[in-house]
Ligand binder design. Structure first.
Ligand SMILES: [Ca+2]
Ligand SMILES: [Ca+2]
Ligand SMILES: [Ca+2]
Length: 429
C-alpha cells in the first residue's frame, strides 16, 4: 500500500507505549479519522484493527521480530468517511461555534422549508432580464410558477449566526436538495435593504405575481455566498456587488480559505452545511457605519456566472436572522412593588464618552414610564465599557435598587455590547 512506514523491533515491554504513540501520530498526521489502517506483519498479509488494545494483543501474539506500520497517504474526508472500523471518535469540525461535519442541521439553527418534489414553486420567469447579474433591474412581473428539476430543487434551508468569544460574527448556512447528485450551483444572496413591500410571501399570491421582484433593492456591498462543488471538493466563494459607472455589477469573487470558512456535504449527498467568518470576510475592516443584512435570498442557479438562470429560490421572511457588525441594548424598567408608574430617566454611554454610534452620538437618553416599559437601542458600536445610569431627581419617592445586564449586576460597573446574533431581538428598527 502507499504510505509511509515506521519500522520497529519487537519489544513487548514497550509495545503498548509505542502503539499509543503511533496511534496519536497517525491521528495527528491524518488530522481525521482513518476508516482503518493496515498493520503489516508479513509482506503480503494485512488486517484491520479498531483500537490500540486490539493491536497490542495482535502484536504480542505475533512471532515476527520487526513490525512495519503503514499509513495510507490519503484518507477519506470526515463527512464521507464510513463509520465502521473507527480508530477514534470523529473529530469535531468546530469553527465559529458550528460543527461542519456534514450532519445537517446544527442545533439551534432556524429552518426555512421550501416546496419540492413535483410542486410548482414561485421563482423568476426565465428571460434576459432575470439572469443572476441583472435580475434586480427586471420590471415585474418577475415571478412565475415552475417545477425545478430534482438536483436544483431545494427542500430546506437552515441559517444561524453566532458571535464568537473574540467578537467575530460567524454565519452558518445549510441546505437540503431533492437529489443526491447532479449539476447546479447553490447560492445565498444577502442584501442590506429589506425586501420590497410587494414581496409579502404570506400575503396575496396575485400581488406577488404582479408586483414582487425580490431582488429589486439590491445595492453596492450586498454579497452572494456561492457553494461551488466539483466532486467532493467544495469551494465557498464570496461575490460582492459594486457600482461601476453607475451600474451594479458582481465582482469575480474570492474563494474563502479554511481560516474563515468551512463546508461539508452529508454522506448521502442530500445535505450540505458551511460556516463563514463575517467579521473577517464581509464586514468592513474599518467601518464607518453599521453593516446590517435585512434580506436573504437562497437559491440554485445554472452556474456561477452573471448570465446564469435561477432554477429554484427560497422566498421567505428571513427577518429572524440577524446579521450585523453593530449591537443593541434593551433597557427595561422594573418597579418594586410591581405595576407602578413614574418618570424614570436613563443614560446609556461609554465610560470614556466615546462615540457609541458611527454618526458620533456619545450617549442615548430616554425615559421609561411604567413597570415593564422598555426601549430597544440599536445600531450601537461594539465596545466593552458601556454604562447605564438612572436619574431619579424628578422622582424623589423612588430609589434605585440595581441595574442588571444578562444576569450580571452592573449598577456601578460596565458591560459589553457585541455584534448582534440570532436570538437577539431587534425591536422597533
Ligand atoms: Ca453539522
Ligand atoms: Ca421539483
Ligand atoms: Ca424547492
Amino acid at each position: 500500500m502507499q504510505g509511509f512506514d515506521l519500522r520497529v523491533s519487537k519489544n513487548k515491554k514497550n509495545l503498548m507505549v509505542f502503539v499509543t504513540v503511533f496511534a496519536l501520530v497517525a491521528f495527528a498526521w491524518s488530522n481525521q479519522v482513518m476508516a482503518a489502517f493496515d498493520v503489516l506483519t508479513e509482506p503480503d498479509s494485512s488486517f484491520i484493527f479498531s483500537s490500540s488494545n486490539a493491536l497490542e494483543k495482535i502484536l504480542k501474539a505475533d512471532k515476527s521480530d520487526t513490525f512495519i506500520f503503514s499509513l495510507p497517504l490519503s484518507a477519506p474526508k470526515p463527512a464521507l468517511a464510513k463509520s465502521n472500523n473507527l480508530f477514534a471518535p470523529v473529530p469535531l469540525q468546530v469553527i465559529g461555534g458550528f460543527n461542519i461535519d456534514g450532519n445537517v442541521p446544527d442545533a439551534g439553527t432556524t429552518n426555512f422549508p421550501d416546496p419540492s418534489g413535483n410542486s410548482d414553486e414561485l421563482g423568476p420567469i426565465n428571460g434576459s432580464t432575470t439572469k443572476l447579474g441583472v435580475v434586480h433591474t427586471d420590471v415585474p412581473p418577475t415571478l412565475g410558477f415552475t417545477n425545478p428539476n430534482a438536483q436544483t430543487d431545494l427542500r430546506n434551508i437552515w441559517l444561524k449566526t453566532n458571535t464568537a468569544a473574540n467578537g467575530d460574527v460567524w454565519l452558518y448556512f445549510a441546505w437540503e436538495r431533492d437529489s443526491a447528485n447532479g449539476s447546479g450551483v447553490i447560492m445565498y444572496e444577502f442584501q442590506q435593504a429589506a425586501p420590497p413591500a410587494s414581496c409579502n410571501y404570506s400575503g396575496s399570491q396575485a400581488t406577488l405575481l404582479a408586483s414582487c421582484n425580490p431582488w429589486a433593492n439590491r445595492q453596492a456591498g450586498d454579497f452572494i455566498i456561492v457553494w461551488d462543488q466539483q466532486g467532493n471538493n467544495i469551494n465557498i466563494i464570496k461575490r460582492t456587488f459594486m457600482l461601476v459607472n453607475g451600474q451594479l455589477v458582481l465582482d469575480a469573487g474570492v474563494t474563502l480559505n479554511s481560516t474563515v470558512s468551512d463546508a461539508a456535504i452529508s454522506a448521502d449527498g442530500f445535505f450540505g452545511e458551511g460556516a463563514i467568518n463575517l467579521t473577517r470576510t464581509i464586514f468592513p475592516p474599518n467601518p464607518t457605519s453599521c453593516f446590517t443584512i435585512a434580506n436573504i435570498i437562497p437559491g440554485t442557479v445554472t452556474g456561477n456566472s452573471d448570465t446564469a438562470d435561477y432554477k429554484d429560490v427560497v422566498l421567505a421572511d428571513f427577518s429572524s436572522i440577524f446579521i450585523s457588525n453593530c449591537g443593541g441594548v434593551k433597557v427595561t424598567k422594573v418597579t418594586n412593588p410591581a405595576g407602578e408608574t413614574g418618570n424614570f430617566q436613563y443614560t446609556l454611554k461609554q465610560s470614556d464618552d466615546g462615540a457609541i454610534r458611527y454618526d458620533g452620538t456619545t450617549q442615548v437618553n430616554g425615559t421609561l414610564t411604567s413597570d415593564g416599559d422598555f426601549d430597544q437601542i440599536n445600531d450601537l458600536r461594539t465596545g466593552n465599557d458601556y454604562m447605564l445610569t438612572e436619574d431619579l431627581t424628578g422622582e424623589p419617592a423612588w430609589a434605585l435598587q440595581s441595574i442588571v445586564c444578562n444576569g450580571v449586576n452592573v449598577t456601578s460597573g460596565q458591560f459589553s455590547v457585541v455584534a448582534l446574533s440570532t436570538g437577539q431581538k431587534r425591536i422597533g428598527v
